[in-house]
Design a binder for this molecule. Structure first.
Ligand code: ATP
Ligand code: MG
Length: 361
């Protein structure tokens, strides 16, 4: 069976370190592994509209930001198709049919949807489109017959829902769809990177992000004001690693080589952690290391972005080409879905033959 990737992001803002460690960095590795037959990366504007329907300008503006972030992170338009969700209208059609396969109570039980409803104060009046977005996400995945979906942990309930829809569809109408697998980051810290404020998840909506396109000054300022251990007042005090965001970020980004380069007092992160816990290591030194480590990762991304920014028409053309390729693929699946559901009236010659036999003998 072909190995196919589908994944994406909502164009509700520029991409941040959470996206990077949760999914983007992995996509670039997978793209370069040569192991996948096709890779589709979706800018999920239609999904973003489910909770931003009254702010279409924001979504439109962020399409180009997300595209620039993708390319600057190293996604190669020769190897992946970057496309705009709403342009692939086949996805909406699939959603309409999948809606019959899911109950309202199943949607309401989806833990990610539950959390997001709370976050957006939708408790008393949930837009139908928002509640429905897990179904639309199942369409996105299955339209490309994706086998692999690289995502952060918050997306696991969505993949589970997509798998259920595939099973229900295939058992009702015949084997057409493919059950996808989520691909989580190897490092559990990266599955849900906390925000700079120490909150459970770095998220555009919470405003606690370090963006891939932040300047070195912005990164430095954000790290310096990051949440650490509130009881670690004097350098000599023993410090705690529990909920200490600076160390969490080091867990996500730091390699042994960084110590030789930036902090030769320690051989590796564990030695630094031990010293911090014993007491005698100040937050500023740890934060300086983190700034250097992040800069190692972000500087090449920033440089690539600057190049792509010089040729926005080129980026626009990449989106157009990726969208055309995605449309072709989704149309193929939709036609198989419609055939299985017996709603391919004008593509199936046996339909007319049957009708004629019944009425014209
Ligand atoms: P929004 O607040 O608009 O929902 P978001 O910051 O949650 O935005 P999404 O576009 O919903 O970002 O998520 C895109 C992808 O990035 C998903 O695969 C998600 O799991 C992953 N992701 C987002 N935030 C994090 C994070 N803090 N840690 C790890 N992965 C993340
Ligand atoms: Mg999200």
């Amino acid at each position: 069976m072909a190995k196919i990737i589908l994944t994406g992001d909502r164009p509700t803002g520029r991409l941040h370190l959470g996206h990077y460690v949760g999914s983007l960095r992995r996509r670039v590795e997978l793209q370069n592994s040569g192991e996948f037959d096709k890779i589709f990366i979706m800018i999920a504007d239609a999904q973003a509209l489910t909770d931003n329907f009254d702010n279409p300008g924001k979504i439109r503006d962020n399409i180009i930001e997300v595209a620039l972030d993708y390319l600057s992170a190293g996604l190669d338009p020769e190897k992946v198709n970057i496309f705009i969700q709403s342009e692939v209208t086949e996805l909406t059609e699939l959603t309409f049919y999948y809606m019959n396969l899911v109950t309202l109570s199943r949607l309401e039980r989806n833990p990610t949807v539950k959390t997001e409803i709370q976050l957006r104060n939708f408790e008393t009046s949930i837009p139908v489109g928002f509640l429905n977005y897990p179904i639309s996400q199942a369409s996105d995945i299955t339209a490309f017959k994706a086998t692999t979906v690289p995502v952060g942990e918050d997306q696991l309930p969505m993949i589970e829902q997509a798998r259920e829809i595939v099973r229900k569809f295939n058992s009702t109408y015949g084997e057409v769809l493919v059950e996808p697998d989520a691909l989580l980051p190897n490092n559990s810290v990266c599955s849900r990177l906390p925000g700079t404020d120490g909150k459970a998840k770095m998220s555009k909506s919470l405003g606690n992000c370090i963006y891939l396109s932040d300047t070195p000054e912005e990164v430095s300022k954000k790290v310096m004001s990051m949440f650490t251990d509130p009881n670690h007042l004097k350098v000599s005090d023993p410090g705690s690693l529990e909920g200490n965001t600076v160390f969490t970020y080091l867990d996500a980004f730091c390699k042994d080589e960084h110590f030789e380069k930036y902090c030769p007092d320690y051989k590796n992160l564990q030695e630094m952690k031990d010293h911090y816990q014993r007491g005698g290591l100040g937050d500023v030194k740890v934060k300086r290391l983190l700034i250097n480590v992040l800069e190692d990762e972000l500087a090449p991304i920033r440089a690539r972005r600057a190049e792509y920014e010089k040729n926005i028409k080129g980026v626009y053309d990449i989106l157009k080409k990726g969208t055309d390729a995605a449309k072709k693929e989704a149309a193929q699946t939709l036609s198989e879905v419609k055939a299985a559901m017996k709603i391919n009236y004008f593509e199936d010659p046996s339909l007319l033959e049957g009708w004629q036999e019944k009425y014209n003998g």
